[in-house]
Design a protein around this ligand. Structure first.
Ligand code: FBP
Length: 271
């Protein structure tokens, strides 16, 4: 008799995060990562963000543990939860390193459907991060939970963090270390992003805009990454800093789940 041992994330959890293999995650970890500078009179409030996620077709909500805990009743059972288990603020300087701020066990108690971890590939403190990542990835497996790696090459050894070769390397590191989904930065062109997706192997790739940009550029960029094999977005500011977050969300839905053209996405955005 051949005994089959389950390795990797379970289909149960993966299918919660992906609709027909596609993902649209709303990220709201910026309060810790960037601080109040990202927020206006509306989007400082986690309840505002949760409402955006629930009104639209987001397939996951990304929180650190504090928001996951305090706002539990607002979203629990209504959208999959991705708990980021490491984090850092932007006040401290030096080589980037994001310490563990939540255990996998505690994330599970919070109802996590996936675990998020940011790894600053190439940082002077990378070896410590890789050890932490190993712990997190293996503990996530105890619960068959998917692991989403924010694969961000950064630090003194990385002069340009969107250099296509370095982004592709970051994606490969994520695949090698056992992440199921890789959040990467956009490399500036479809051609170069294709290489990133190749290097990700059969890990799934999500990407998003970073700083809020004009909607047409953001929509085009999303079309480009999808065209070369990314499975969706993990987006924050381009949605919730917008005056029309639902319009942007509708456009993303059209691109991601209906494979729409940029023109069609722009049309639904302005409905
Ligand atoms: P940076 O470290 O480059 O700021 O990126 C981190 C981050 O902004 C996260 O906070 C967030 O999870 C993700 O990227 C996507 O959010 P956004 O679309 O606002 O960049």
């Amino acid at each position: 008799m051949i005994l089959r041992i389950m390795v990797g994330a379970s289909t149960k959890y993966m299918s919660r995060l992906f609709k027909d293999g596609k993902a649209m995650f709303l990220a709201y970890d910026q309060g810790l990562e960037h601080g109040p500078k990202d927020f206006n009179e509306k989007n400082y409030d986690p309840a505002y963000i949760i409402d955006i996620a629930l009104r639209n077709k987001f397939t996951g909500l990304i929180f650190h543990k504090g928001l996951a805990e305090k706002y539990h009743e607002h979203y629990s059972g209504r959208i999959p939860l991705i708990v980021k288990v490491n984090g850092k603020d932007s006040i401290a300087k030096g080589e980037p390193f994001s310490p563990l701020v939540c255990s996998v066990d505690y994330a599970v108690r919070l109802g996590a459907d996936a675990i998020g971890y940011t790894l600053y590939v190439g940082s002077g403190l990378e070896s410590q991060a890789m050890e932490d990542f190993r712990l997190v990835q293996e503990q996530a497996r105890d619960y068959s939970l998917p692991v989403i790696g924010w694969m961000y090459p950064r630090g003194q050894a990385v002069p340009n963090d969107i250099d296509p070769t370095i982004v592709a390397y970051g994606a490969r590191v994520g695949l090698e270390l056992g992440a199921d989904v890789l959040k990467v930065k956009y490399t500036g062109s479809k051609e170069t992003f294709k290489r990133v997706v190749q290097m990700a192997g059969n890990a799934k790739v999500v990407c998003a805009g970073g700083l809020k940009t004009d909607p047409a550029t953001f929509i085009q960029q999303t079309r480009d990454i999808l065209d070369v094999g990314a499975c969706g977005v993990a987006v924050g500011r381009n949605v919730w800093q917008s005056d029309r977050p639902d319009g942007i969300a509708r456009a993303l839905e059209e691109l991601i789940f209906k494979n729409a053209t940029v023109k069609k996405a722009m049309e639904v955005m302005s409905l």
